[in-house]
Design a protein around this ligand. Structure first.
Ligand code: EGV
Length: 389
């Protein structure tokens, strides 16, 4: 296997973000690095791909607004979001959810200088917020779940990733209700990144109804990019409330006129397929891969960190007397296997992720099994070498 990398000594290099490691993993070798789906298409998904030339003709003929609303309805209603603001002018489609995130960051910076952000989370979220000049305060999942986080006065918005990446933690409905009431009462904007929610039924209560009922100023970012192996053909959706006083539509229009109606039609077809058996298959694959990973770790010194998670990535915890995550990452990369060290997810305190590594599960089962075995063997070799001394 060829080992290609420009990213050695990951944790020691401050300019090395998670996405740059994911980019290295695209060059070759065994890739359980990024959270994008890379398993095979199902039969019915392949039928949709084969219908793309016909969809092109349809996208060319029909009004954009109609296609967009249909795609948003198929996707969002399929994951329980019946009160999403479809057709109101407060739900726009973006090339990716990170584009929606950057628009949100810019709009939040128009309003406040400080944002409270869940800790840990994927590092491009703090990076995009900081990139728009915002100062961040870390908040733990437990504090958010309790509903009334103790925040400095200057914090003008709370940003939560739910389900969270990489932990799989989900903000429960009653906790969202408390948190929304708290933000409404204290005049703070509540922003939710729900990019992984289609993978976890526990995150599919109607978020929009809770937010609307609370009176809070809110923003929600949705994503179709974590579900289906569509070669980065996807969209992010950016929604906000009737009384949300942020220049979101203005900043959206600075970035784009619209996404492609062809991609929206394709998303509509994938969402329909998902609702009629596709999600069952997807959740089954992720569950089987998580179980296969747990089975290979069983009896070793490495443990599944979040056995209850349902999202398409899994953390594993390394033993304290073996290699740390950055060392293991480097060793695996030099052998052509790509995972992610979890330090950078802990954006305010990297050392919290020192002994955790993340594996992608939206993969063929064989990829997960091979990566898990390679990790178990690498850790065992190190432990044996240490004990022999
Ligand atoms: C994951 C990468 C960026 C992101 C990967 C991801 N995108 N940086 N804009 O999609 O968990 O691997 O979310």
């Amino acid at each position: 296997m060829t080992a290609i990398s420009s990213n050695s000594a990951a944790a020691g290099n401050a300019t090395c973000n998670l996405t740059s490691m994911e980019t290295d993993a695209l060059l070759g070798g065994l890739n359980v690095s990024d959270g994008h789906p890379r398993m095979a298409l199902t039969e019915t998904q392949r039928d949709i791909v084969e219908s793309l030339p016909a969809l092109f003709g349809e996208a060319d003929k029909r009004p954009f607004e109609e296609i967009e609303a249909e795609a948003q309805r198929a996707f969002l209603h399929g994951i329980g979001q019946h009160h999403a603001p479809i057709g109101t002018g407060r739900l726009v489609s973006c090339y990716s959810s990170s584009v929606a995130m950057d628009i949100t960051a810019r709009a939040l910076a128009h309003r406040t200088s400080h944002v409270a952000l869940v800790h840990p989370t994927f590092d491009n979220i703090p990076d995009l917020l900081k990139g728009r000049g915002l100062t961040l305060t870390p908040v733990t999942e437990a504090e958010l779940e309790q509903g009334e986080p103790d925040l400095p006065e200057e914090v003008g918005a709370v940003f939560v990733t739910t389900p969270n990446n990489p932990t799989g933690w989900v903000l429960p409905e009653d906790a969202l209700r408390r948190l929304a009431a708290y933000c409404a009462r204290t005049g703070r904007v509540l922003a939710l990144d729900t990019c992984f929610r289609a993978q976890d039924a526990r995150a599919q209560y109607d978020t929009y109804r809770v937010l609307q009922d609370s009176g809070v100023e809110w923003v929600v970012i949705e994503d179709t990019g974590k579900l289906w192996p569509t070669l980065e053909l996807k969209a992010g959706f950016l929604a906000w409330g009737e009384n949300t006083d942020l220049p979101l539509l203005e900043y959206f229009s600075d970035v784009l006129l619209s996404v492609s109606p062809l991609i929206l039609l394709m998303i509509m077809k994938f969402a329909q397929d998902a609702s009629t058996g596709g999600y069952t298959k997807l959740h089954g694959l992720i569950q089987r891969n998580r179980l296969a990973l747990a089975e290979i770790l069983g009896g070793s010194a490495v443990e599944l960190t979040d056995p209850n998670a349902r999202i398409s990535v899994a953390r594993i915890t390394l033993p304290p007397d073996g290699p740390d995550a950055a060392t293991l990452y480097d060793e695996l990369v030099s052998d052509g296997t790509h995972v992610l060290p979890c330090g950078p997810f802990h954006w305010a305190r990297q050392s919290d992720g020192l002994l955790q590594v993340r594996l992608a599960l939206a993969r063929p089962e064989d990829d997960v099994v091979r990566a898990a075995s390679i990790i178990v063997n690498a850790v065992r070799r190190r432990l044996e070498a240490t004990n022999a001394r």
